[in-house]
Ligand binder design. Sequence first.
Ligand SMILES: *Cc1c(COP(=O)(O)O)cnc(C)c1O
Length: 471
Amino acid sequence: MSGLTNGIDGNPLLSPLSQDDPELCKIIQSEKRRQRRGLEMIASENFTSRAVSDCLSSCLTNKYSEGMVGQRYYGGNEFIDEVEKLCQTRALQAFGLSSEEWGVNVQPYSGSPANFAVYTALVEPHGRIMGLDLPDGGHLTHGFYTATRKVSATSIFFESMPYKINPATELIDYDKLQETARLFKPKLIIAGISCYPRHLDYKRFREICDENGSLLMSDMSHVSGLVATGLSPSPFEYCDIVTSTTHKTLRGPRSGMIFYRKGKKGVDKQGNPIMYDYEDKINAAVFPGLQGGPHNHQIAAIATAMRQAAEPYFKTYQEQVVKNAQALASGLSECGYKIVTGGTENHLVWVNMKSVGLSGAKAEKVLEEVAIACNKNTVPGDKSALNPSGIRIGTPALTTRGLKEHDFSTVVKFMDEAFKIAKDVQAKSGPKLVDFNRVIHEDEFKTRLNDLRERVEEFADVFTLPGLPDL
Ligand SMILES: *Cc1c(COP(=O)(O)O)cnc(C)c1O
């Protein structure tokens, strides 16, 4: 049909997606419907605002601007320079930082490239790095490897050594970290989490670093929204470098940032000033070291998200995120589910499903069947990362949609009902996941799951979903 491809005035490039590519448009519409009618409890996700989405679909995606503000390799960047400068200023403001003491690179494409740029800048090839182990709540990029495989590039190009959680207390074992660091003498220690519901002791990290001449990097990806609003301790007081994603609690676009100390570090024995030298190294590692042209639409979207982060409503939002996480943790605990570390101080709830006889994979699967999204996760004491015993859930996304504590009581009831169905499925299927995934689709369970799914979707549909209007 020529009408579909001819676009406006016969120019196909002017057609909206719905006309230009109905096949793809339909898939995106289905995803939007899934987001609206489901309960998004993946702790690293959020829903961006209309303003952020507007930036992401703007003309800024067209422009090449390799280099830093005022020093580009391409012409025509006067407005791109304005965008990036505004983004940097607002990013420093959002975290209460003075431009005398801190600088920020907003060009990393996402959180993983931001971390790799820091290691590239400040650690020599095969230099030593310590981070929280992945199964204990750390991130892949903090150096994950297994007995048979170096998984993260951080462990391929650098020598990484994990620190861990004490399985008895379920808290980070700072004493053991200190002991290992004395032996390993890392160039850099990372204080950062992807699944740890407690505040970090940055002061303790600093002391351990100082003992060994190590740099301290905070990766605040998960908690940066809480840091910006003073609900989580600030890493800036103690760290040399702070990295962050911008799309988690911070509620911006998918992207990354690197904050680095600059200016005077101290004085030497002769009384001459010693200056921080991170700025040039980090900028050079991002470009031309690892990346090419910055994603200017993302940088604009970070800029507008950082403006929002300074608004009083953003603090109210983050407070609600934490209250909701606490309501979720105590609700699940009252239903008999074991919460790792006994509760939460942030947006995360880490649930040990072993206590009710389910695995993380089965819990994730049954929730998916009823339109609740979460992810399976190892818990302290798990022997293998391949068969994790827990799930990780979080409240940032649903809090953005307007859910309050009493709504989370309803969410807890839905989850409890789903887990009870999972137990019944398992009673029939036996322990193997393949059998469980087959039996769950048998009629008797399908009917119960569909009934629950309908109630979940009806409940979720009422809450607003921000972003662009439907395609
Ligand atoms: C999410 C996350 C990252 C990586 O972010 P991507 O944007 O997915 O690359 C890095 N570090 C931590 C601690 C994270 O939680």
